[in-house]
Design a protein around this ligand. Structure first.
Ligand code: PTJ
Length: 234
């Protein structure tokens, strides 16, 4: 990540966001929980049933798992759009080129021609062909303002966020509380089975409750903290 900051792919504050993620992952147990796995399945079902699914990519996620995001996009027929929190034209170009070097055939975001309503800055800029007209948007490591704006604009938002208390985690329809480099390849591996089984997709989506999902994730973290505390006393 430090190298990617020097190259201008990751924003300097991206390192702080990464550290926040690492802290939550430690408390989570640094593994994909059953709870996260279920959310990942629901997310894949939602992407597969989407009419215009889009994966929004920022500097951190490009640096951590460009190839894996491209594979997930191809498997779920989602488009990829670069959408940055710390937006400069130079960084947009660098992240787009980074994804293309990793094998992406089409990357949206260089020429934004639409504005996401309810976001009062450059961060509102997006493309009509991508995020603006998407029905489902996967936002790994998203900031709260934009996640809330996407939900208000009627998008089915899927978040990947290790912090179950973040505004993004709470605003999303589906929140995957897992580390992005574990979550994304696991989701791609789920595609073949879920693609074949429409009834299963429907059942997964209908039985999912994000509030309960987030409470479970917090419960796992509380239990891990208690066990770490009792180990410390031995
Ligand atoms: O590249 P840019 O300019 O678009 O900026 C990207 C960052 C990530 C810097 C920007 O969106 C940001 O500041 O995000 P936040 O508000 O820090 O939110 C990121 C969330 O992702 C936090 O809740 C972190 O705990 C979480 N997170 C960090 N690393 C990971 C993670 N979740 C899953 N996997 C990670 N590796």
């Amino acid at each position: 990540m430090a190298e990617r900051v020097k190259e201008g792919i990751v924003a300097p504050t991206g390192l702080i966001a990464h550290g926040r993620g690492e802290a939550f992952d430690y408390i989570l147990g640094e593994k994909t929980t059953e709870n996260a796995r279920r959310a990942e399945m629901v997310a894949v079902a939602t992407l597969l049933d989407g009419i215009r699914p889009v994966i929004s990519v920022n500097g951190n996620t490009a640096a951590l798992c460009a190839k894996e995001l491209i594979e997930l996009a191809e498997a779920t027929k989602s488009r990829i759009e670069v959408n940055l929190f710390h937006r400069t034209e130079e960084r947009v170009e660098k992240v787009c080129a980074f994804l293309e070097d990793a094998g992406a055939k089409e990357v949206l975001g260089r020429n934004p021609d639409a504005l996401l309503p309810g976001v009062s800055s450059d961060r509102a800029r997006c493309t009509k062909a991508g995020i603006y007209s998407a029905d489902v948007v996967l936002v790994p490591l998203e900031d709260g303002d934009r996640a809330e704006a996407l939900v208000r604009f009627g998008k089915k938002v899927i978040a990947i966020d290790l912090n179950p208390l973040s505004r993004t985690a709470k605003a999303a329809l589906i929140t995957i509380v897992d580390e992005v480099t574990r979550a994304v390849p696991a989701m791609t591996a789920m595609v073949p089975e879920l693609r074949r089984n429409g009834e299963r997709r429907l059942a997964l989506v209908n039985s999912f409750d994000n509030l309960r999902n987030l409470e479970e994730a917090m419960g796992i973290m509380r239990a891990n903290l208690s066990s770490l505390q009792s180990q410390g006393k031995e």
